[in-house]
Design a protein around this ligand. Structure first.
Ligand code: C5P
Length: 232
């Protein structure tokens, strides 16, 4: 009985979900919490970006074609804590920069409305959890749909202007050019689609810890999350 209870407690204790719109700081927070706790990271947006990338590259039109392509591909999630980056391996080729542009992100957001596509990648996301090591899962529906059993569910918010500026800095750091006006419009459009879609819309899970990161540093956000985690 005691052992069973231990197992149940462990299952709910070691997943933290972080949901929120683009550029709000989910990825940075996830990596820094993972480093602190020695846990793994699931960047679920990267899987949706991979799906968008595949459909653009292979000119796949229907959800069925896309799902066949997903099922026939070797997909491996990689977390590089040293470089502070999540990457994805597609058929033994590491993809990172190819996925981090707004064209791929817009396509990802369009395809993310499809329930069959969402179901096809649910297993990849659930499989990112290893019982022995905790998981920080970031995305749009981590707390509501993929890991409802998570011990702590965080929802980050920030104004769209602040988020576009952060995203612009990230892209510039990676050597990409940015037109601020276009980036702001693309981010707002993507958020609107993510919030208003029928399946797994972007919204806080019940009981989420809500944090507005507009005027907070990453260290301050991390401190709030850790304080709440330790209370549990
Ligand atoms: O987080 P990121 O900006 O990389 O996500 C790209 C897109 O993938 C989002 O705009 C959203 O449409 C989709 N996505 C999703 N559910 C997730 C993660 C991402 O629908 N859990």
């Amino acid at each position: 009985m005691g052992k069973n209870l231990d197992v149940i407690l462990k299952l709910v204790r070691n997943i933290i979900t972080i949901d929120g719109p683009s550029g709000v700081g989910k990825g940075t927070l996830a990596l820094s919490l993972a480093e602190k706790l020695g846990w793994n990271v699931l960047d679920s947006g990267l899987i949706y970006r991979l799906v968008g990338f595949m459909s653009l590259k292979e000119k796949l039109e229907t959800p069925q074609e896309i799902i066949i392509c997903i099922n026939n591909s070797k997909i491996k999630l990689l977390t590089n804590l040293k470089e502070k980056v999540c990457e994805i391996e597609l058929d033994d080729k590491v993809l990172g920069k190819e996925l981090r542009n707004e064209n791929v992100a817009s396509k990802a957001s369009e395809l993310a409305k499809d329930s069959e596509i969402r179901n096809a990648i649910m297993k990849i996301q659930r499989n990112a959890y290893e019982e022995e090591k905790g998981l920080i899962a970031d995305g749009r529906d981590m707390g509501t749909v993929i890991f409802p059993e998570a011990v702590l569910k965080v929802f980050l918010q920030a104004s769209s202007k602040v988020r576009a500026e952060r995203r612009a800095n990230q892209l510039k750091e990676k050597g990409m050019s940015v037109i601020m006006h276009d980036l702001l419009r693309q981010i707002q459009q993507r958020d609107e689609e993510d919030i208003n879609r029928k399946i797994s819309p972007l919204k806080p899970a019940d009981g989420s810890l809500l944090i507005d990161t507009s005027n907070l540093s990453i260290k301050e956000v991390e401190k709030r999350v850790m304080e709440n985690y330790k209370k549990l």
